[in-house]
Structures are given as structure tokens and as C-alpha cells.
Design a protein around this ligand. Structure first.
Ligand SMILES: [Zn+2]
Length: 269
């Protein structure tokens, strides 16, 4: 999947930040290799480059010139005529994701504790994927299911000084996770993208014109891959991360266990 030139470039990346930046340019230079472009085109999206920040993004609106980032698209506009056609209660968000994704092969599982006693790298469960770090990701422990969804309560203390002052900062929230742990042969990126796209369109009732999908990349702990960020009216709904490679002293190599990491804020939907 990676060319010799890509490998040489990636081998020179010294940390996750450089890895993310290098891989982002590699992926966007060759989108058909790294993104579900076939599926996006079939759904009516076209690829564009933002005139404001240069990011590559997908939209169904032919006149659209800027990406969905609030800086480029004129800030948050969620409060004006909520575009979601389905009214969901707080619990209804989780029930709806089960309704859409369970028939597509995902097993709904119970949340993990907030204190991550199984994880030597983090004291608290800060994201839905934390439930499976590090040993499921490394392949040492079997996941509860190869394809699963989880309503994970998460704790984050990095904004604690703002809690109670701004009205928009919290220390706890529920992240609904869509996770997949499979071999390269079982990996089907297009299907994983269509699954979450179906939730947003059919489950939440958001029309395609309300969505912009950005090409991005992710790197953490030496693993990396590309990602698609979904935006609507200046709000990032979620980021679907396709973790496919890892950095080694000899350069990048394909992971034997590919991991899908998608987490969406239950409150945000
Ligand atoms: Zn932009």
C-alpha cells in the first residue's frame, strides 16, 4: 500500500506529530489508495480543496468552496434551524446507533469503568478506545467482539479550570464508540465508512448537504493511519480513524491487527 518513496518519507518522521503530518500529505496525494473514494463518489460527494486552509474535503454541494472547519465556514451555526430531521433524546442516540449498526454486524457491549485499572498507560478512561488499550490493540488480548459499539463514559481533566465558568467545559461525557479489530484480509474500509454514514443520514436524519467530510490523518503511540472528519455547520461531529500502520526503527509497516477508532459525543448528537 505504501510506495518506497512513502516509506522513506515516513521513516524520517521522528515523532507522532511529524508522522501525522507526513502521512496526511501522502494520503491526500493519493486519495484512492487511502480513503473510501469509491463509496464517497457513489453517495454523490465530490472532492474539493478548501480555498481558505487548503484541506481536502468532500461535499455534495457543487458550489461549496470552503471546508467545514468553523474558521473557514464562518463559525458555529447549529442553533439556527436544526438540520437534523430525527429528534433524538439523550438515551435515544445510543438506542438509534444500536438500531442502525447491530444489523450491520456490530455487537453492542457494556461500558467499561472510568478508572482504567487494566491500562498501564492511562489512569482514566478518556475515550471509548481506552477500554481496549493497550492489550487489545497490540493483539495480546482478544476483543469482546471484532466489530463492536460501546457507550463509554469518559473522564478528562485537562479543562478542569474552566468547568463552571464557561458553561461549555466539562470533565465527563459519554463517547459512543464504533470499533473494529480485524486482520488485513477482513478489513473493509469502505464498509466501515458506510456504516457510520448510515447512522448520520438515516439515524440522525442529517441531509448529505449538511455534511462536509475532511481528509485527515492520525498518529499516536507510533501507530498511524488516515481519518475522515465529519463536520456539520462548523461543528466536528466525529472523526473516523483507520489505524493501519506502525512506525518501527526500520520504517513503517502494516499492522497485523487493523483498528477502527470512531468516537462520537453522545451529547453532541
Ligand atoms: Zn478550510
Amino acid at each position: 500500500m505504501l510506495s518506497d518513496e512513502d516509506r522513506t518519507q515516513l521513516k524520517g518522521a521522528n515523532n507522532d506529530k511529524e508522522l501525522k503530518k507526513t502521512f496526511k500529505s501522502i494520503a491526500s496525494y493519493n486519495p484512492d489508495q487511502f480513503f473510501p473514494t469509491e463509496e464517497l463518489k457513489n453517495l454523490g460527494y465530490t472532492r474539493k480543496q478548501c480555498e481558505c486552509c487548503g484541506v481536502y474535503f468532500w461535499t455534495t454541494i457543487s458550489e461549496r468552496k470552503v471546508c467545514g472547519d468553523p474558521v473557514c465556514s464562518g463559525g458555529f451555526q447549529v442553533t439556527i434551524n436544526n438540520p437534523a430531521k430525527v429528534k433524538l433524546s439523550y438515551i435515544g442516540v445510543w438506542k438509534k446507533i444500536v438500531e442502525i449498526l447491530e444489523p450491520r454486524g456490530y455487537v453492542p457491549i457494556k461500558r467499561y469503568p472510568c478508572v482504567a485499572r487494566w491500562n498501564p498507560t492511562s489512569e482514566f478512561t478518556i475515550a471509548s478506545i481506552s477500554a481496549f488499550q493497550p492489550y487489545v490493540i497490540t493483539g495480546e488480548v482478544e476483543p469482546p467482539a471484532k466489530k463492536l459499539i460501546i457507550p463509554q463514559f469518559c473522564l478528562r481533566f485537562n479543562d478542569i479550570e474552566n468547568v463552571g465558568l464557561t458553561g461549555s467545559h466539562n470533565t465527563g461525557f459519554v463517547m459512543v464508540g464504533q470499533h473494529v479489530f480485524v486482520s488485513p484480509e477482513e478489513w473493509n474500509q469502505g464498509e466501515l465508512f458506510l456504516d457510520i454514514h448510515a447512522f448520520i443520514i438515516e439515524g440522525v436524519g442529517l441531509p448529505k448537504e449538511e455534511i462536509t467530510i475532511h481528509e485527515d490523518s492520525w498518529a499516536g503511540g507510533g501507530s498511524f493511519g488516515c481519518s475522515l472528519e465529519f463536520f456539520s455547520r462548523g461543528v466536528e461531529l466525529f472523526n473516523q480513524v483507520y489505524t493501519m500502520f506502525e512506525q518501527t526503527p526500520d520504517g513503517p509497516r502494516e499492522l497485523s491487527l487493523k483498528v477502527l477508532d470512531m468516537g462520537l459525543g453522545q451529547e453532541r448528537v
